[in-house]
Write a protein of this length. Sequence first.
Length: 482
Amino acid sequence: MELKSFLIFATTLLLMGCSGSINPAQPPPNKQYQGTSLNLSCPDEQLRSLLEPMIQVWSKQTGAVVSVSRDRMGADGTDVAILPYAELGEWADRGDLLPVPSALREPGDSYQWGSILEVYRGEPYAGWGSQVFALPVASEGSIVVYRADRFADPKSQEEFRKRFNRPLAAPASWEEFAEIAAFFAERDRRPSLPRIIADAARLEDLFLRVAACYDRPVRTGDAQDTPDALAFLFQLDSGAARVNAKGFAEAGRWLAALKAKGCVPAEGSADPAAALNEDRAVLAVASLADLMKLKRDDKRAGRYGLAALPGTKSFVNPATGTLTPSPVNTVPYLAGGWLAVVRRECKNPAAAFALLAELTGPIRSQELVAAGGFGPTRDTHLESDRLILWLGYGFDEARTKTLQDALRSNLGKSVRNPAFGLRTPDQALLKQELRGELEKIATGSDSPDAGLKRLADSWDGDRKGAPRAKLLEWRRRAAGVN
């Protein structure tokens, strides 16, 4: 039995034993959806391959017939769709989606809505305006991977300590990340990072993760939630772009310094797994899908170390507009993952939501996590007694626990003001313009201040077919505000 299949099987047995929700003595379920047909769209090949067996089991139990398409949802007969996070706003704004039934969100419902991680069940991620339209299928998941064997080298340790007056260890801040990258680039006389400028999406993601930490102080505890606390790329009162604000400029300078200090190669791919496997990188920011591609064998048993995404050593004080020192200011940036939605034209929405409740519920969501490559969506996925869910990445117990702890830290479960990525109907155009300017900044062909100012002016300019009132409405609804 393959490792992935074994983990899913083992997870199912664990859940059966823990929850008591599966009892072979019970009579077979009533096929309440006999004669119902549903069309489901899932464009991601790996995710689709994991969902299809689950769909087949549900179909057999309920009598419904479900056709699964690899195409993205379009103007067709799709009833149910698995969408990237960024595309939700376009469909919801047109009125093409049905809101999630309130019954699924009741405390006593078997779906256990309250166990979904708070950042993923709220309107800024799974909704539009004040309504929730989606169920989280799988979240993003990013982590720092570094060459633990290189870090442990006594000569490297000695040289690094002399220069920075601290041990060479996993970076706790983005400033430390850059210092380590520059140290190895100088020491090895070659770049120390993957070629991040070769992948526009990765470059955007890295820049905005760093910008989120510079842009605002972390708010925790009982801090009052306000729309302004969710403003990131745009002001929510005027709709004006914030991408040239001080925190973004700091992130731009951080990004430009990586190239200036020889950390980023002029050739090659941006794939962190390939760069680490081929000794072309000493550290990198990697997704969970990237982590699955790392080579691990007896010769590489201690090769890699894992760490949570860093924060920054300063943030922009909203009262003064100046940078304020901080031990580590870590603001989560959320812009990825997959969401499940039901089309308004669906002829049997009850069956459609029942299917999605099965695929994203407590049991199946853990199977997705155990399969590897997809991030957590529920508190239970990050509980210490569910370490078995993360063994599919092939690390020993200590590093598997580090992986689980790092993802828990990245989600900032106590943080009240995470930053959310673009998901308005014009997000594709906005991203295209953002990525174009970031490439210039990252390669040193333009300054961060000039590039981000030009980008803000473009974002604030007239948009064909979208008056300013509509643009403001989009910016506010994306943040969960009507």
